[in-house]
Design a protein around this ligand. Structure first.
Ligand code: PPS
Length: 302
């Protein structure tokens, strides 16, 4: 599987701070946009599991939990390979890994990470009725985490300033588009598809309870002992120290962790350190308007 005929793969050096390119009205990284036809034609298998989220919602956390559940709580089985190799990122923009080729070569059961909005998920996933786990995080902590990720991810557009980035986020003019449309679109999809919709804040509040929900969704029974091992292995501190989950295996021309860590704070309520009162009220107003009548609510503190 390759790019459109005649196209060359982009060199790592050319990935520096690229402007987004729109695909079906959603801003994407140029590396994703170039592969769009291949991504949209992806052939799912019925036993594929999709882990989906808006960027910076706790995707890596839920990925590690799923892998631990599938390996009976044995951390050694999860510590051999970086998380982005174990569960390829479908529309991954940069060239150090080729997720489409890797996915094709993988034996079942595959777990696939994506940040795609619901309307752009490749049709094959719906046709094959694949299970999907969706992870959502409150917009204030989500946008702050996304801002810091733009600072350290050298391939993403320059966030310029916090004020500027927040304005872009509120307008949906950031990579992967509007947070509001994303969380709402997937929330509505769960009424007609096997989707487990989880919240970062619930995970922080009671990881054991949420891990049990995931296990049940995947048809696993978790004895107390195994559950406790999974809880311990997937704490923020353990995952921050674990090279297989903290993305330290990616080169610094992609993720410069001297600017900000991939595992940064892992908190609910960190937004309070950055938002002005006016910014917080503005976001609340937009949230009320865009999530109205959806039944979807978010906790911004525990
Ligand atoms: S990505 O790049 O979109 O896949 O990033 P993603 O994994 O979705 O989100 C990264 C944020 O999730 C936090 N995180 C965790 N929080 C609590 N516990 C655990 N175990 C955990 N693992 C990852 C990570 O720290 C990022 O949030 P911030 O607020 O920036 O710290």
């Amino acid at each position: 599987m390759g790019l459109e005929s005649g196209e060359q793969e982009l060199s790592p050096e050319s990935f520096k701070r690229l402007d987004p390119v729109e695909v079906h009205g959603i801003p994407f990284h140029k590396g994703t946009a170039r592969r769009w036809r291949l991504i949209s034609e992806f052939k799912a298998r019925p036993d594929d599991l999709v882990i989906c989220s808006y960027p910076k919602s706790g995707t890596t956390w839920i990925q590690e939990i799923v892998d631990m559940i599938r390996h009976g709580g044995d951390p050694q089985k999860c510590e051999k390979t970086p998380i982005y190799k174990r569960m390829p990122f479908l529309e991954m923009p940069h060239p150090v890994v080729s997720p489409l080729e890797e996915l094709e070569a993988m034996t079942s059961l595959r777990t696939i990470k994506t940040h795609l909005p619901v309307q752009l998920l490749p049709p094959s996933f719906w046709e094959q009725n694949c299970k999907i786990i969706y992870m959502a995080r409150n917009p204030k902590d989500n946008v702050l985490s996304y801002f810091h990720f733009h600072r350290m991810n050298q391939t993403y557009p320059d966030p310029v300033t916090w004020n500027q980035f927040l304005e872009n986020f509120l307008a949906g003019k950031v990579l992967w588009g509007s947070w509001f449309d994303h969380v709402r679109g997937w929330w509505e999809a769960k009424d007609h598809h096997p989707i487990l919709y989880l919240f970062y804040e619930d995970m922080k509040e009671d990881p054991g309870r949420e891990i049990q929900k995931v296990a049940q969704f995947l048809d696993f029974e978790l004895p107390e002992l195994v559950l406790n091992k999974i809880i311990q292995h997937t704490t923020f501190e353990r995952m921050k120290a674990n090279p297989m989950t903290n993305y330290s295996t990616l080169p610094s021309f992609i993720l410069d962790q001297t600017v900000s860590s991939f595992m940064r704070k892992g908190m609910v309520g960190d937004w309070k350190s950055n938002f002005t009162v006016a910014q917080s009220e503005k976001l609340d107003g937009i949230c009320d308007q865009l999530l109205r009548n959806s039944g979807l609510t978010f906790r911004t503190q525990l």
